[in-house]
Design a protein around this ligand. Sequence first.
Ligand code: NAD
Ligand code: KPL
Length: 303
Amino acid sequence: MTWSILGAGSLGCLWAARLSRAGLPVRLLLRDRQRLNAYRALGGVTLIEDGRESLYPIPAETAAQGAPIQRLLLACKAYDAESAAASVAARLAPGAELILLQNGLGSQQAVSAHLPRARCLYASSTEGAFRESDFRVVFAGFGQTWLGDEHGGPAPGWLAELEQAGIPAQWSENILERLWRKLALNCAINPLTVLHQCRNGELAGHPDEVAALCDELGQLLHACNYSAAAQELQGDVERVIAATAANFSSMYQDVAQGRRSEIAYLLGHACREGDRLHLALPRLRAVHERLRAYLVARGLPDT
Ligand code: NAD
Ligand code: KPL
């Protein structure tokens, strides 16, 4: 069965290139004819690994036209997920499977709600990749991708294809807990790197702020019944800060490059869940408000 990939950015191209070189059928779905022409002019996806680049001439078509879609990887930013999914909704075969590869939470549920006849799996990834230019992607860090179904059900047989393609993926029986844990980690690190204008490692100089956020995120995780995700949160956050000390967080990079951030699906989602559960979370809300003001002052969306 063909892998359709919508969102030919960093992770979408990384997956496409690896599936293609494993000999698995894969096609890219591009936004419109202009993007398709630009892609064709380049001759395919270029993946750069350890300084070596390879070109993969993966077939592509526009999102609007083509054969029915049975299996789709949706690899766009959280704020684009609903409209991207809507652009292919009419092409989804009955019982189609979607893999929603977005950071944070909220977008996955919004997409699933619009596609009740599809099986929407959620993915949480710690792999790293960035776009050097259009359809030219650099593999930047080994990691793991967890996949799971919020509504239960068996692991799909095609996980073996991911293994065959060298995509490190594992099935999770509790994908929401995985996504919440990553959300908490991102909420404890990313906004502070923006507000302090610093690399991840420099947060070691702000231990009280990090500890206060971890404490409230832990309260939130407990209240959401994700107690396992709250375990050792602060220790893990400190370990990530140390292990990625020289890096700029993804949110820092988005803001520095004048791109929209995923704030609404990280801190925004955490604060909305706090409201729903009547939790005070004063430090988390204060950081959220400071970050929103920071974004607005730079002409960037604060949601
Ligand atoms: P990206 O911005 O590099 O790529 C997204 C692509 O989707 C872009 O090419 C964009 O043009 C395309 N797109 C958006 N709307 C579309 C539409 N309607 N039709 C067709 N294409 C559309 O994003 P990314 O870095 O690959 O990240 C995807 C998700 O994975 C994000 O939520 C991100 O936070 C998460 N993530 C990224 C990394 C990483 O290292 N890049 C790691 C872990 C998680
Ligand atoms: O996931 C990250 C991000 O930048 O989004 C961390 C783990 C914080 C590494 O920078």
